[in-house]
Design a protein around this ligand. Structure first.
Ligand code: ATP
Length: 514
């Protein structure tokens, strides 16, 4: 574990050193849980967003996008339930003076039981070899059965307390399971309290009686309140979806793990409107579609898993998370929820406007049901960064840090490097860069030795380097170096463009989805 923590620290330091992510307001000692993206970070982030946006809107005839404002009428948050119920249960440890989310403490404890069970299973699988029957083992091994029983009991009590919003019961679970503060190691806990996560501000001058407004805690409501506008003006027929990318704000109690939990972050959400009764079919379909989108990046299929929700929000009838293996464990990157017609019905009620769809096929009007896919851009960024980072020892005794970004989302696609700064090589290299820059982000670099320049590009994940040498002037060929294999081959300049575009364009990734 300690080792993974060190790896994570190294990745965070690398992200700063190479212009991916900076602490916000750093020269003023920073602002907690707020981050800025640097010159390479913004490119990677934009590419992730483009990959999502185009997969949603270009590849689906029935999904369109919008861009709604961050400020919205405050009644919207009353209707959505955020004013009354967007709370996290928090608990303080009196010794360490640290604050935790009570639900997270308990979920971590549940995960520990799962770890113990998996360890027993792995041990037995090794011992019995091919004849191992995992299902039978789980059902009959006394130690495993004991862990499962304890975990299930913990689950049951936790779900009950959360569903009933019973804060005292939540604290009792923490006490009964002897959950300790990871820092102080003690069980000296305060009571559990609720804390609303929305940021408030004022609109208009106070003299006129300013209106209290919120910074949106999710982008989804901007989609719901525009449902009628889009459906009518786009003449959309159910089933159809509305996609949006935008900032969201949450006054998180415990901001931790770098950009995993921020107070200002970005979401990519798509609300898919369906006929009542068909929502579970669509839920299942979006569950698969979204996992395919993740896996197409090639970061490793084993790094993903679904986590079906124990505790369903009162309006949801199915929910799952797509979790990714971060250096600090499997964590939620995306949520997929079947939200019934809760949001649209609430807006109907609070606005007094009819939000119905007349379904010609069945000759009925209804409030559509909704499947939501909601993914955090920053968490996606973090999963890409962490899984692509590698400190490599090379055969020749040297070492390098390389970011194995999938080429279509790499911040810089190609670097053009003249071998020396004279003899007309810089001019030739500039000419090549100029040809390529209309199709991809392409850097020119002539400083330092060629080896050092390769290392710099490896460290920001540039998939290709093109080296221009004296031979280039004679036969119009260059050396094309591939980042991961470090293989170099000679190609003609005319060929170069085609090879690069084939490998770095977003299309190559999008085509995997069909
Ligand atoms: P968590 O349980 O981790 O707080 P959540 O279930 O509240 O997350 P949702 O409301 O489902 O999250 O939001 C959808 C997505 O938005 C999440 O899957 C995550 O990727 C992203 N997200 C939510 N909160 C944050 C945050 N504070 N910082 C960065 N990303 C976030």
């Amino acid at each position: 574990m300690a080792k993974q923590e060190d790896v994570f620290k190294t990745i965070v330091a690398h992200a700063k050193e190479y212009g991916f992510v900076f602490q916000s307001s750093e020269i003023y000692d920073g602002l907690s849980a707020v981050y800025d993206y640097g010159q390479n970070g913004v490119e990677l982030k934009n590419n992730i967003k483009r990959y999502w946006w185009e997969a949603m809107t270009m590849l689906h005839d029935n999904i369109v996008g919008i861009d709604s404002a961050i400020f919205m009428h405050p009644t919207i948050w009353k209707a959505s339930g955020h004013v009354d119920a967007f709370n996290d249960p928090l608990i303080d440890n009196k010794d360490s003076k640290k604050r935790y989310r009570a639900d997270v403490l308990i979920e971590d404890e549940i995960a520990k039981f799962d770890e113990k069970i998996n360890k027993e299973v792995a041990k037995a699988a090794k011992r019995f070899g091919e004849s191992f029957d995992e299902e039978m083992f789980r059902k009959t091994n006394p130690r495993v059965m004991e862990h499962i029983a304890k975990r299930d009991e913990l689950h049951r009590r936790y779900s009950e307390a959360m569903n009933a919003n019973d804060l005292a019961a939540l604290k009792q679970v923490i006490l009964d399971y002897e959950i300790v503060d990871p820092i102080s190691g003690t069980r000296n806990w305060t009571d559990v309290r609720q804390f609303n996560l929305m940021f408030k501000t004022e609109m208009g001058s106070t003299a006129d009686g300013a209106m209290e407004v919120y910074l949106r805690p999710e982008t989804a409501q901007g989609i719901f309140v525009n449902y009628l506008n889009v459906q009518k003006t786009g003449r959309m027929r159910i089933p159809f979806g509305i996609a949006q990318i935008g900032k969201a704000f949450r006054n998180e109690i415990v901001a931790r793990q770098f950009i995993f939990r921020m107070r200002e972050f970005e979401q990519m959400e798509m609300q898919f409107f369906v006929r009542p009764g068909e929502e579970l079919k669509w839920f299942d379909s979006w569950r698969q579609t979204r996992m395919r989108w993740h896996k197409a990046l090639g970061l490793g299929d084993e790094k993903y898993r679904f986590h079906d929700h124990e505790k369903l929000a009162h309006y949801a009838n199915a929910a799952t998370d797509i979790e990714f293996q971060m250096p600090f464990g499997f964590k939620e990157v995306e949520g997929i929820h079947s939200r019934t017609n809760f949001d649209l019905s609430q807006h109907e009620k609070f606005s007094g406007k009819k939000i119905q769809y007349f379904d010609q096929e069945i000759g009925e009007s209804y409030v559509p049901y909704v499947i939501e896919t909601s993914i955090g851009v920053d968490r996606m960024f973090l999963s890409v960064l962490c899984s692509c980072y590698e400190a490599q020892n090379l055969e020749n005794g040297e070492s390098r840090v390389v970011l194995h970004f999938p080429a279509p989302i790499a911040p810089v696609k190609c670097a053009v490097l003249p071998l020396v700064k004279k003899d007309g090589l810089p001019e030739k290299a500039r000419e090549i860069q100029h040809r390529l820059r209309f199709d991809m982000t392409c850097q020119y670099d002539e400083k330092d030795s060629i080896g050092k320049r390769y290392r710099r590009q490896d460290a920001i994940g540039t998939p290709y380097c093109v080296t221009v040498d004296h031979q280039t002037l004679e036969d119009n060929t260059v050396t094309l170096r591939e980042r991961d294999s470090m293989e170099q081959r000679r190609v003609s300049i005319d060929e170069l463009e085609k090879i690069l575009i084939e490998n770095v364009s977003l299309n190559s990734l999008l085509k995997k989805l069909l």
